[in-house]
Design a protein around this ligand. Structure first.
Ligand SMILES: *Cc1c(COP(=O)(O)O)cnc(C)c1O
Length: 375
C-alpha cells in the first residue's frame, strides 16, 4: 500500500475520530446525525495539519450542529446549480457551448462541509463504469466539445491504471482539445502526487489542473513539493477558492493565499461566492465581502495574483463575474473611472478629427455596444 492509500484508509470518518470535539454525549449524538446526512472524511495527512479547534482547516472539514439547522432554510437546496437539469447523460454536465464537466468518481481526500455537491459526495454507487462510459461516448459524439473538466469527487483518487485508461480514451477523441482535472488532492493529500502518477499525466498534454485552496496554511512543504512535481512535468496549475466565513473572509488572508499560490507557480483562477447549498449557510458571507476583498487585491498586488470573483448563478445560469465598481460615470462624451487608490480619472471619447463624439460617428459602433464596462 502506498503512503497516500494508507493516509486515506486512516481517515477520520466517525464523530469519535474528530479532533477538538466537546465531550458532551448529547452533542456527539447530534453530530452523528449530521454525519448521517452528510459523510465525514478527513484523511490522516490533513488531520495532522489541524492545529486547533475552529482553525481555518478545522472549519472546512469538521461538522458542526449548524449544518442541521441549515436544512430547514427554505431557499437553500440540495442542487443549487441545477446540475442534474443539465445532464444529457448521467454524471456529465453540459451547460456551456463548448465544454463539459465529467464526474469521474464521488470520493474525495477530505469531505468539505461547504461542498456544492453535498447530495452526492461520499455516497457509493453514483458514478459507475457505465456512467463513465456513457459520458465519454457523449463527448465522442459531440464534436462541439473541445474542453472537458474531469471532476467528481476527485479524479486523482482513481487508481493509476484506471486514470491512465480514462485519460487515454479522452485523448483518443480528435475534437477534444484540452483536458482539465479539477482536484483538491495536491493540497490535501500531497503524497498522492507520485512519480508514477506524473509519468501517466504527462502523456496527455495539453492537460490543465484546477486545484482548490482556501487558506495559505494549506500550502505546507509537502504540498509545495507536490505542486512543483506537477509544474515540472509541464502542467499549467490553476487554483479555485471558495469564500468562507471565518476561513478566508478577510483581505489579508486572501492576499497571502493568492501570493503564496503564485510563488508556487499556481495561477489563482476563481474565487467563488459560496453556493446556496443546504447545510452550508453558516459558512456563507455577503457578496459585499467578496467585492471588498477584490477591491483590496486589485492594484495592491500583482495582477497575476487576482482571480475572477464569481457567483455560480443559482438554478444553472453558470458563472457570472463580479467586479468592484470602477466606473463612476459613462456617457458618450467620457468615461469617469476610479483607480485602486480611489483617485478619479477622466477618459474622453470625443473624436478630435471630426469634432464629434464617437457616439455620433456613423462609421463606428455605438460606444455602449463596444464598451461593456461593469455598471
Ligand atoms: C465551471 C464550469 C465549467 C468551466 O467553466 P470555465 O469558466 O470555462 O472554467 C464548465 N461546466 C460547468 C458545469 C461548470 O460549472
Amino acid at each position: 500500500m502506498e503512503l497516500w492509500q494508507k493516509q486515506l484508509s486512516q481517515s477520520a470518518v466517525k464523530v469519535k475520530d474528530l479532533p477538538f470535539i466537546p465531550e458532551s454525549d448529547e452533542y456527539r449524538k447530534k453530530l452523528e446525525e449530521v454525519g448521517e446526512n452528510y459523510p465525514i472524511r478527513i484523511n490522516s495527512y490533513f488531520l495532522e495539519q489541524i492545529k486547533s479547534p475552529n482553525d481555518p482547516l478545522w472549519k472546512q472539514v469538521v461538522p458542526t450542529l449548524e449544518e442541521l439547522d441549515d436544512f430547514v432554510q427554505e431557499d437553500l437546496i440540495s442542487d443549487p446549480l441545477n446540475e442534474e437539469g443539465d445532464m444529457p447523460v448521467p454524471e456529465l454536465v453540459h451547460r456551456y457551448p463548448d465544454r463539459v464537466l465529467l464526474m469521474i468518481n464521488n470520493q474525495c481526500p477530505i469531505v468539505c462541509r461547504f461542498c456544492t455537491r453535498k447530495r452526492k459526495i461520499g455516497f457509493p454507487g453514483i458514478v459507475t463504469r457505465e456512467t463513465l462510459r456513457q459520458g465519454i461516448d457523449y463527448i465522442r459524439n459531440h464534436p462541439e466539445i473541445r474542453d472537458v473538466i474531469m471532476s467528481g469527487g476527485d479524479p486523482l483518487l482513481v487508481p493509476d491504471k484506471e486514470l491512465d485508461r480514462i485519460l487515454g480514451e479522452l485523448r483518443s477523441i480528435p475534437h477534444l482539445e484540452i483536458i482539465r482535472i479539477g482536484t483538491r488532492v495536491p493540497g490535501t493529500l500531497p503524497a498522492r502526487i507520485t512519480e508514477n502518477l506524473c509519468s501517466i499525466l504527462k502523456k496527455y498534454h495539453p492537460l490543465y489542473f484546477n486545484m482548490h485552496f482556501n487558506h495559505p496554511s494549506e500550502l505546507t512543504p509537502e504540498v509545495e513539493k507536490a505542486c512543483a512535481m506537477l509544474a515540472d512535468i509541464g502542467i499549467p496549475l490553476g487554483s479555485q477558492t471558495v469564500l468562507l466565513k471565518g476561513v478566508n473572509d478577510d483581505s489579508a488572508t486572501m492576499k497571502a493565499l493568492m501570493q503564496k499560490l503564485l510563488k508556487n507557480r499556481i495561477k489563482p483562477y476563481y474565487i467563488y461566492q459560496a453556493d446556496m447549498t443546504e447545510g452550508t449557510d453558516h459558512l456563507r458571507t455577503s457578496v459585499q465581502k467578496g467585492l471588498d476583498i477584490m477591491k483590496d487585491l486589485m492594484g495592491h498586488t500583482s495582477g497575476m495574483a487576482v482571480p475572477y470573483y464569481v457567483i455560480d448563478a443559482p438554478g444553472g445560469g453558470g458563472k457570472v463575474r463580479l467586479l468592484p465598481n470602477s466606473v463612476i460615470e459613462h456617457t458618450e462624451e467620457e468615461v469617469v473611472i476610479t483607480n485602486y487608490e480611489g483617485k478619479v480619472f477622466r477618459y474622453s471619447q470625443r473624436n478630435w478629427n471630426n469634432g464629434s463624439s464617437n457616439g455620433s460617428n456613423k462609421s463606428t459602433p455605438q460606444n455602449q455596444d463596444m464598451c461593456q464596462l461593469p455598471a
